[in-house]
Ligand binder design. Structure first.
Ligand SMILES: Nc1ncnc2c1ncn2[C@@H]1O[C@H](COP(=O)(O)OP(=O)(O)OP(=O)(O)O)[C@@H](O)[C@H]1O
Ligand SMILES: O=C(O)C[C@@H](O)[C@H](O)C(=O)CO
Length: 330
């Protein structure tokens, strides 16, 4: 089954949210206390998704606020270098800093992220910096849940979503739950539900839907029966190595399996999954194939050191789908 998008727009996808820096432990298989060197990459979930999409050949734009310093310039130059339109990335003038994510790779199963996100520039994106003329040129607007965690970025997202809906731009909402960005899980539930109910496509892990629903151990069937009473037409629920499901409002369910891989670290899985899933949808490949693309891309990125730089090409994804066995039910 194919997912219909508005044809012929300047941009396949415009992503909105944080573009930050990942500092990934260069010496892995040890705790961060013993890690002396880190390798710098562009990071931040929506930036990673934009980079992944651009590497797959999509025409991608980005809306976000970056710091007016060396880190902000590094991010803008890197994103422009991979082909992303950065004309709507605003430079902060008030001294706010780039968010940093230090990653600890203790073992393939034990990875964590230590985020430095106080007063970060990305959460200062203001509604007046979101431009209707830009958004209306996209087929898809991708918004990240973390951008809803503080004002004025929260209002910038709400404005972008309403402009997208007014201009027939499909809204894709990536729940992207980062607890330390929020005051409380209750606050997260309020704002994520508000946007999920207005979105056309929602993507998240089972745990992220549980936070949005304010419960533990939620069932996919309950999630979709609620969301399909609102705007969403397609809901993707990820279950880590156990794979993922895509549900359509018209009643179909598709299952995606994860591919066997040599895992180096687990972060980056969700962003690489989203970029390849959306690439396949935008290319008219059908939902079942989109699940394969997402899973294949994630299995490549978890085997590599970064989240952004490691984003694969279409050829690498297609070769992996053709050759690699899937992980059967766990
Ligand atoms: N260990 C693994 N081996 C192979 N594929 C994996 C593994 N972990 C995750 N994946 C793939 O990545 C997809 C997304 O993973 P997951 O559900 O963990 O998302 P996420 O929590 O958003 O990721 P992240 O850790 O980046 O936040 C899964 O549906 C699966 O296809
Ligand atoms: O999303 C972030 O801010 C950090 C990411 O860049 C990091 O690589 C990651 O967690 C990806 O899942």
């Amino acid at each position: 089954m194919k997912y219909e998008l508005t044809a012929a727009r300047e941009y396949d996808m415009i992503a909105l949210g944080r573009a930050c820096i990942d500092l990934n432990a260069t010496e892995y298989n040890r705790p961060m206390e013993e890690t002396m060197t880190f390798t710098k990459y562009v990071g931040g979930s929506p930036a990673n998704i934009a980079i992944g999409g651009s590497k797959l050949g999509l025409k991608v734009g980005f809306i976000g606020k970056i710091s007016g310093d060396q880190h902000g310039r590094f991010i803008e130059q890197y994103m422009r270098g991979v082909g992303i339109d950065t004309s709507n990335m605003v430079v902060d003038k008030e001294g706010h800093k780039t968010g940093l994510a230090f990653t600890e790779i203790k073992s393939p199963e034990e990875c964590s992220i230590l985020m430095y996100r106080q007063e970060v520039a990305d959460l200062y994106l203001a509604p007046e910096e979101v431009n209707e003329e830009y958004i209306k040129q996209a087929k898809i607007l991708l918004v990240s849940g973390t951008a809803l965690s503080k004002s004025p970025s929260r209002e910038a997202v709400l404005k972008a979503v309403s402009l997208a809906k007014r201009n027939d731009v499909k809204v894709v909402f990536e729940l992207d739950y980062r607890p330390y960005s929020w005051n409380s899980p209750e606050e997260t539930a309020v704002y994520c539900s508000l946007v999920a109910e207005q979105a056309d496509v929602v993507i998240g892990t089972r745990d992220e839907y549980d936070v949005m629903e304010g419960k533990e151990g939620g069932k996919n069937e309950d999630t979709i029966s609620h969301l399909f009473n609102h705007s969403p037409e397609l809901v993707v629920i990820k279950h880590g190595v156990e794979g993922s499901y895509a549900y359509t409002k018209s009643g179909e369910t598709f299952r995606g399996r994860a591919y066997k891989t040599q895992v180096l670290k687990t972060f980056g899985a969700g962003d690489s999954y989203a970029s390849a899933f959306l690439y396949a949808l935008i290319s008219g490949k059908g939902i079942e194939t989109a699940l394969k693309y997402g899973s294949a891309s994630a299995s490549i990125v978890v085997s590599q050191h970064s989240s952004s730089e490691a984003m694969p090409t279409v050829e690498e994804i297609e070769q992996l789908i053709a050759e690699r066995p899937v992980i059967e039910a766990i």
